[in-house]
Design a protein around this ligand. Structure first.
Ligand code: PHE
Length: 454
């Protein structure tokens, strides 16, 4: 019997849009602007950028190396590289974290579906922030509607993933990502040309370190991991579908730059408009759902702009959600030998269940709290600020300490096809062995209050 060839990306452009599609998402458009608003603006962005390029890039290299070298899902990859060892915990963390993120991510994805529909209903767009805030709070705390929207969003993503890599993920990313880029550029231009926008631009680019809060550094690290889809096997999984001739270094650098550019564009699209209309940037997770409609209401053609914005949000969220689903689906098909369809249905059911819990925790279940956080916030905080950095830490330590240097060089240079200067390689190894592990551990312990500086 002929073993069917493993699915994979067909073109370089396909890989780039799929990886960038995973990275660019609610993290950039929903999370980044409100974190920047809450943590004082440009100083937070600077720390974020430092983390992206010094700590996250080596992790992205590591994930690609592990994935492509083995051509397997997260568990399979670790089983091939380090059988029966503690390193298999990378597989466990990845699957657990995927579900954690999927659950609250699907809920916010559902909110975006709802807000596209709402944009067209008369009377929704109003300049009255109290009314908009009430609409949002009433919506997210009701039991049925957000749950149905969440299931629609999750279902759409499941449909794409059931098509596989070439005919599902790659095909849709190639169409959706360029559209997304174009729309956000238009929106950013609209925002920065509003009268009074300069204050917002200043807030984004003029650092004032006294505005940082004690937990801002951990928040910046968590956001960098979250935004680049690192530390939970997503890039290992996508990397396993990348052909040997493609350069891992190039793909990593281009997609990290694209994600960062997108976050800045999202900041430019949202914060100057927030300032121009005299709204507080520290509004929190409701920022894009409460303050933006208020802004759209005061713009000519507001209805269309509003719908366009929430379509952007939906598209960005979809191309990330599918990468989260794929981590679990690849594991289920390859390790448990389920068919792709069964794996997708199973993942949909489990993620749907946890999504329901998260959705209800904004209303019916809001009394169930741990450390003052409801289930939704708890999943978000634990996944982004603890599990992702912990997973990333294990991955860099694996490639830095456990993998042979020759194998690492072989993957990074495609068996010598691309040259890599000795100094650059030494720099990468230094970062994998020392810089990234020490820095991540430090920020993690400091952010969790387990070590104190003074
Ligand atoms: N990077 C995605 C975003 O910014 C979220 C994500 C995290 C996707 C982890 C996959 C894995 O929205």
């Amino acid at each position: 019997m002929k073993i069917p060839e493993r699915d994979g990306f067909a073109s370089r452009f396909g890989i780039l849009v799929a990886v960038a599609g995973s990275a660019v998402g609610l993290g950039n458009l929903w999370r980044f602007p409100y974190l920047v608003g809450n943590n004082g603006g440009a100083a937070f962005i600077l720390i974020y950028l430092l983390f992206v390029f010094l700590l996250c890039l080596p992790i992205m290299f590591s994930e690609f190396v592990i994935g492509r070298r083995t051509g397997a899902n997260v568990f399979g990859a670790m089983k091939k590289l380090a059988p029966r060892s503690g390193w298999l915990s990378i597989g466990v963390i990845s699957v657990v974290t995927s579900f954690c993120i999927l659950s609250f991510y699907s809920v916010v994805g559902g909110w975006t579906v709802d807000y596209i529909i709402r944009s067209f209903s008369p009377g929704f767009l109003t300049a009255d922030s109290g009314a908009l805030s009430d609409t949002f709070k009433h919506f997210i705390s009701s039991p049925l509607r957000p749950a149905v929207m969440m299931l629609i969003f999750l279902g759409l993503s499941a449909l794409i993933v059931s098509g596989g890599i070439k005919n599902g993920i790659e095909r849709y990313s190639k169409i959706l990502m360029p559209v997304l880029f174009l729309l956000i550029v238009i929106l950013a231009i609209r925002s920065v040309t509003l009268p009074g926008a300069s204050q917002g631009v200043n807030f984004l680019f003029n650092p004032d370190f006294s505005k940082l809060k004690s937990d801002s550094i951990l928040a910046a690290l968590g956001q960098a991991f979250f935004s680049l889809s690192l530390g939970m096997g997503c890039i290992i999984t996508y990397g396993s579908y990348v052909k040997k001739k493609e350069s891992i270094v190039k793909i990593s650098v281009i997609s990290s730059l694209a994600d960062t550019l997108f976050a800045i564009l999202a900041g430019l699209a949202i914060l100057p408009a927030v300032f121009a209309f005299g709204i507080s940037p520290g509004e929190g997770p409701g920022l894009v759902f409460i303050t933006l409609p208020q802004i759209f209401a005061q713009m000519p053609g507001g209805m269309i702009i509003s719908a366009a914005f929430f379509v952007i949000l939906l598209v960005a969220a979809l191309t990330s959600e599918i990468s989260l689903l794929e981590v679990v689906v690849a594991y289920l098909t390859e390790e448990l030998k389920l068919t792709r369809r069964t794996a997708v249905v199973l993942t949909f059911a489990v993620a749907g269940f946890f999504g329901l819990l998260c959705s209800l925790s904004e209303g019916t279940l809001s009394e169930y709290r741990l450390f003052g956080k409801n289930i939704f916030d708890l999943f978000d905080y634990t996944a982004s600020n603890i599990l992702l950095p912990a997973g990333g830490l294990l991955m860099v330590m694996f490639t830095g300490w456990k993998m042979k240097k020759a194998d690492l060089l072989d993957e990074l240079t495609n068996g010598g096809m691309h040259t890599m200067s000795r100094y650059l390689f030494k720099g990468v190894v230094f970062s994998l062995k020392f810089l990234a592990p020490v820095a991540i551990t430090f920020v993690l312990l400091y952010g969790l209050g387990l070590i104190k500086l003074f």
